[in-house]
Write a protein that binds this ligand. Structure first.
Ligand SMILES: Cc1ncc(COP(=O)(O)O)c(C=O)c1O
Length: 446
């Protein structure tokens, strides 16, 4: 063991003494220190002594408290959170109804493995997900702990049920970090570097109709017959790849290809699901029904959970074929049930309205900054701004942070804006203004 640095006190979690309005009602960022502030700087040094250097930290935000769409950091600075913990906190930070549901369940039963026993709340959440599933027939549900875990489950299920091995995925896709999921991921080569051999039998094609030409004309024809494919896995709107909305022909045609060859269509709605695009599932914007859908991130407002929803005929596997000790933990299930109530109780509508507000306000940037801003796109509160280079996108992310707006880069050259679905009209206006100031600042330096 090496000499450890002085351990800072575990953060004082009492609110910073402040004459400002309640945290969640904050509209404009309040930045009291240089960023990162003195306590944040001390904490970052402490963190970086002990934690895995593999984690791709974006910038020096050290959050200790959150309410609605606002995050307070360790130095008492208040930020407009247009990251939402990577598109997770759909109901905002610490929504009282989600917190009550968690507290109530935590006081009754913390854990009992639903894989081996009959946990009531697990079946209740499964029934709710069946009601929400974008499939017209009956479905069955498996609950895991994360996005990657249910992506893995979806590939196992597709292989099991079709008795075929190969899988199609798309360039730009992100499906997670575990072996199967990272093998399907096609966004950055560094996610694969030094980890081989990866899962065999995965074929990547471009995202969009052009990729389906490649699939039908070359892959099925020259490399592997369609009848050898178990599944195609697709994000209806690519998230990590840069908020890429496909052409309208793409998903309906993909469905037809799958139908034509007995291939399972898996929709990865880990990021695009749970109301973020204004509908519960992004795939509903194209009226396409998947055979299997996986979701996670927003499902329990930040508690760890993942869900796999499959058409009943597809769930052919029997006892012991798949399970999980923690999957569908009762506290996470309680948070998920509260989350679904809130999404249906108005938050999905707010995602549509605030998304339109934000897209309309940001769109003129393409003409205002020619050669710097290339595209403003997205659906609901799943928005991407594409810049001329990754360096410009990273500079905008940093300038936004300095001004108290949290955003995150995605893909090669995109900044994504994915606020909690509780974000207000005034907070959206403030975020757009701060974002545009950041772009103006970066543009001036080019
Ligand atoms: C579309 C998609 N699928 C899967 C994952 C993996 O989810 P997790 O990080 O919960 O394993 C992610 C994470 O960003 C994702 O965006």
């Amino acid at each position: 063991m090496t000499q450890a640095p002085v351990t800072p006190a575990l953060v004082d979690t009492d609110p910073v003494e402040s004459p400002d309005r309640p945290l969640g009602e904050t509209v404009e960022p309040i930045i009291r220190t240089a960023l990162p502030g003195p306590l944040a700087t001390e904490h970052i040094a402490f963190d970086e002594t002990y934690t895995s250097p593999s984690m791709p930290r974006a910038y020096g935000i050290v959050p200790v408290r959150g309410e609605g769409a606002i995050i307070e950091d360790i130095d008492g600075n208040r930020f407009l959170d247009f990251c939402a913990g990577i598109a997770v906190n759909v109901t905002g930070h610490c929504h009282p109804e989600v917190v009550d549901a968690i507290r109530g369940q935590a006081g009754r039963l913390l854990h009992y493995s639903a894989s081996d026993f009959y946990l009531p709340i697990y079946a209740h959440l499964a029934a709710e997900l069946e009601r929400l599933a974008p499939m017209s027939g009956r479905t069955r549900i498996f609950l895991g702990n994360s996005g990657a875990e249910v992506v893995e489950a979806s590939i196992k299920l597709a292989r099991y049920t079709t008795a075929r091995q190969n899988v199609v995925a798309f360039y730009g896709a992100f499906h997670g970090r575990t072996y199967g999921a990272v093998s399907l991921t096609g966004s950055k080569a560094k996610y694969h570097a030094h980890f081989g051999p990866l899962l065999p039998g995965i074929y990547h094609v471009p995202f969009g109709s052009e990729g389906l030409d490649e699939l039908e004309e070359r892959i099925f024809h020259r490399l592997m017959p369609a009848t050898e494919f178990a599944a195609v896995i697709v994000e209806p709107i690519q998230g990590e790849g840069g908020i890429v909305v496909p052409d309208d022909e793409f998903l309906p045609r993909l469905r037809r290809i799958c139908d034509g060859h007995g291939i399972m269509l898996i929709a990865d709605e880990v990021q695009s699901g749970m109301g973020r695009t204004g509908k519960m599932w992004a795939i509903e914007h194209w009226g396409v029904e998947p055979d299997i859908l996986v979701t996670a991130k927003g499902l329990a407002s930040g508690m760890p959970i993942g869900a796999l929803i499959a058409r009943e005929e597809v769930m052919t596997w029997g006892p012991g074929a798949h399970g999980s000790t923690f999957g569908g933990n009762p506290v996470s299930c309680a948070a998920a049930l509260a989350t679904i109530r809130l999404l249906e109780g108005g938050l999905m509508d707010n995602a549509t309205e605030r998304g339109e507000q934000m897209l309309a306000a940001l769109a003129p940037m393409v003409e205002q900054y020619p050669g710097i801003v290339h595209d403003v796109r997205g659906m609901g509160l799943f928005i991407g701004v594409q810049f001329d280079s990754g360096t410009i996108a990273a500079d905008v992310e940093h300038e936004a942070f300095r001004r108290g707006l949290l955003v995150l880069t995605a893909g090669d050259d995109v900044v994504r804006l994915t606020p909690p679905l509780v974000v207000t009209e005034a907070q959206t206006d403030a975020a757009v203004r701060v974002f545009m100031e950041a772009v103006e600042d970066v543009a001036r330096r080019q």
